[in-house]
Design a protein around this ligand. Structure first.
Ligand code: FES
Length: 121
């Protein structure tokens, strides 16, 4: 069975909140988007910069603040790869291969949030 790590009381992550937690050696970004909990690697697959201040989009995406790569919070799929800044972003995008964002399973038990210790993908 999948191993999960207990994080903190669910009440500490109200709607719209986000937190970075350590799961083993990784840093995982946990977000509450309109009551739905998501957990993704905090490091952008493009150049490993932190995603924690990324903008969440209406279609459940997150946009990296650095070169605006966009990822699906549910699946980790790439929606856009390094489009920013115009022209230069494309060049930077070519430096590293397009990679999905690792996503983690979550659950609520005993009023606490839990996250899987390994990414789903
Ligand atoms: S580091 Fe995130 S898009 Fe470049």
């Amino acid at each position: 069975m999948e191993k999960m790590q207990k994080l903190f009381p669910l009440s500490e992550l109200p709607e719209g909140a986000r937190r970075v937690v350590e799961v083993g050696l990784r840093r995982v970004l946990v977000l509450n988007v309109e009551g739905e909990i998501f957990a993704v690697e905090n490091s952008c697959p493009h150049m490993r910069f932190p995603l924690k201040d990324g903008r969440v989009t209406e279609d459940c995406g997150i946009i990296c603040p650095f070169h605006h790569s966009a990822f699906d919070l549910k699946t980790g799929d790439v929606k856009e790869w390094s489009p920013w800044p115009p022209g230069i972003g494309r060049v930077l995008g070519a430096i590293s291969r397009r990679k999905a964002l690792p996503v983690y399973d979550t659950k609520v038990e005993d009023d606490h949030l839990w996250v899987s210790t390994q990414p789903r993908r």
